[in-house]
Design a protein around this ligand. Structure first.
Ligand code: ZN
Length: 278
């Protein structure tokens, strides 16, 4: 179990997308965030339309792959906000174009840049399209603050963080350094009051340091896993430890997805506190 946990977070986005492509099953809707989101979106568009795919992956070299890379493929629609907004009229036209048959390729691809700038009506209109997607369409939302998207939209999409910051590699040495601190927190949970837990959340996690939060959460995960293995005594029953470990796994995933990290930390600390024996 623990090896899987660790491996999953060391896998860069490209590998994940390639794994999806190799499986031959693409979702029809993605949310991508991070520095490389745009390139990852083009890569997905290429994998869906390449004329000579290699192993299910875009060759990068055929006419279609080249056109997509240059942003001039006929079935590729890149939608930018106008005056800092995506308006409903635009999303209606997206829906209208999506229902037409693709002529120049297999799959019509819509890339919505800065999707968090959708007006509510626009977002609801897009949601309808995502709920009943026309055949052979792919929607890719680029968003750096995914917590500003409608939860109903997020739930329809596969979410990936792409880019240097987002694929921050977990450094085992840095995690090691945080183990004593994380262990002290877990051991003290049964004695803490709710407000003290929130105070701890504030002091141990540095809000502006994604990497530090990633390392701290991984330290908590390692500790929980080692207590499940019986290597360490923590104030959790094996079931609670397992539940908490799974929660930490999701939390680490959320950090990669650029979710609001302050809220995430508070929620995670409170849940750990609830799960701990008292
Ligand atoms: Zn190609």
């Amino acid at each position: 179990m623990n090896e899987d946990y660790e491996l999953r977070f060391l896998t860069p986005i490209k590998d994940q997308l390639e794994a999806i492509a190799r499986g031959g099953v693409f979702g029809h809707a993605f949310i991508l965030s991070g520095d490389d989101a745009y390139n990852a979106a083009l890569f997905l568009a290429q994998c869906n339309n390449c004329l000579t795919p290699i192993d299910g992956l875009a060759c990068g070299d055929c006419q279609v792959c080249r056109k997509i890379a240059a942003g001039v493929f006929e079935e590729l629609h890149i939608i930018y906000p106008e005056k800092n907004l995506h308006r409903i009229e635009k999303m209606r036209s997206v829906q209208e174009i999506a229902t037409r048959k693709a002529i120049y390729g297999r799959v019509k691809v819509f890339i919505i840049v800065n999707a968090e700038l959708m007006q509510e009506a626009a977002a609801n209109s897009l949601l309808k399209t995502l709920e009943e997607p026309p055949d052979n369409t792919l929607f890719i939302l680029l968003a750096d603050n995914i917590d500003r998207l409608l939860p109903t939209i997020i739930s329809r999409c596969q979410v990936f963080g792409c880019g240097r910051e987002s694929v921050a590699i977990i450094d085992d040495n840095e995690v090691e350094k945080l183990i004593p601190q994380a262990q002290e927190l877990l051991l003290s949970l049964p004695q803490l009051q709710c407000w003290q837990v929130l105070l701890r959340a504030k002091t141990v996690i540095s809000e502006n340091d994604k990497q530090q939060q990633l390392h701290y959460f991984t330290a908590l995960l390692w500790l929980l896993v080692s207590s499940i293995r019986g290597e360490r005594q923590l104030p959790f029953t094996p079931e609670q430890a397992l539940k908490s470990a799974m929660m930490m796994e999701n939390a680490i995933d959320y950090i990669y997805r650029n979710i609001n990290r302050k809220i995430l930390t508070d929620v995670i600390f409170l849940r750990l506190w609830q799960n701990a024996l008292r």
